[in-house]
Design a protein around this ligand. Structure first.
Ligand code: S0N
Length: 292
């Protein structure tokens, strides 16, 4: 994504999108489109889009806003690029310059690891989150892209971990979910050796879904989003929850269970239970079958 803000954009391949600024933030941009797409971009290109606690709390705020907007079905998550020196980045992880004792220091000097809240939001939001990665996705930035449902890379994307080199690690999703996605051998290689991997290699070991020339990345994201938006919102949200149920333990099962509850609340059977309680009578479920 380039930092140019405009409401109507004609992208390569004649793909159109109508972005409208949605809220005012310091470290991020948030836009929405009438097509049902939201776009969240970390806006710290001179720091390679590394996140500080403020960046993360703004990202959380944006994802909650998106979650609660019923017209939005797909989120494009990206980084403003290139920086003034021409280098592209999705996100270079936690901002090491504010790393203090026990966490990243916020404006009050409180040590935070609020990126963990953001990770869970990306996982649990019942909409499709697509990472658009141009340039570096490193450290905690690589974990953020990993947690998105889909990852579309530009041809200049570079992925990698630095934790064991800079004295940090992600033993949660960044380890276990990475191993689910790329396999145990590759995940251990990524963390133990701290190498950098280009887009072709990342595609080869299953870390990303596609590679696009960098100037076409936004268009590709909008194209994928529009294709998803043609499908059933309920089916998609249940499938996202189903994938999470398989990988995220009880928290994942809770999401799938929540989707089942949403659907059940809409039935006359569930409504009979609620109505009977409010009318202070015994519920009558005799009209409802014990289906096989
Ligand atoms: C991305 C790299 C490879 C780009 O190299 P390049 O192009 O040579 O640029 P630089 O000159 O290095 O950088 C340009 C300017 O940007 C600053 N900068 C870059 N990254 C960071 C950063 N992470 N923090 C602070 N500043 C950064 C540079 O300092 C430079 O500024 P000036 O010019 O003023 O000096 C290269 O930049 C690089 O390797 N960056 C560091 C990557 C890194 O190590 N990231 C941190 C890894 N650790 C985490 O992310 C922890 C995350 C976390 O919070 C966490 C905690 C618990 C559980 C989970 C997590 C999790 O999310 O993982």
């Amino acid at each position: 994504m380039d930092p140019i803000r405009s409401s109507r954009r004609v992208l390569p391949g004649d793909i159109t999108v109508n972005w409208k600024t949605w809220g005012k933030y310091e470290d991020i941009f948030l836009d929405r489109s009438e097509e049902g797409i939201a776009r969240v971009a970390i806006n710290r290109p001179e720091r390679r889009n590394a996140f500080r606690p403020l960046t993360v709390s703004e990202l959380c705020d944006a994802f909650i806003k998106i979650r609660d907007d019923t017209s939005i079905g797909v989120v494009l998550f990206t980084g403003v690029s290139p920086a003034k020196d021409g280098v592209f980045s999705f996100c270079a992880g936690g901002d090491q310059s504010v790393r203090g004792e026990g966490g990243y220091l916020d404006e009050e000097g409180l040590p935070r690891l609020n990126v963990l809240d953001l990770q869970r939001l990306i996982r649990s939001i019942p909409k499709v989150v697509i990472a658009l990665v141009s340039g570096y996705a490193i450290g905690g930035g690589q974990v953020l892209h990993l947690l998105c449902d889909l990852s579309l890379a530009a041809d200049n994307a570079v992925f990698g971990q630095t934790g064991p080199r800079v004295g940090s690690f992600d033993a949660g999703f960044g380890a276990g979910y990475l191993a689910r996605v790329v396999g145990q051998r590759k995940a251990r290689e990524i963390w133990f050796l701290c190498r950098k991997y280009g887009a072709q290699e990342a595609l080869h070991f299953g870390l990303i879904n596609s590679i696009t020339p960098v100037e076409q990345l936004e268009a590709e994201g909008v194209k994928w989003a529009k294709e998803i938006l043609e499908n059933s919102p309920t089916a998609i949200r249940c499938m996202k929850a189903a994938f999470n149920a398989e990988t995220d333990g009880l928290a994942g099962i809770q999401e799938l269970a929540g989707q089942a509850t949403h659907l059940f609340y809409r039935t006359t059977e569930a409504k009979e239970g609620k109505n009977a309680f409010l009318q202070k009578r015994k519920p009558d479920f005799s009209d409802f079958d014990w289906l096989p």
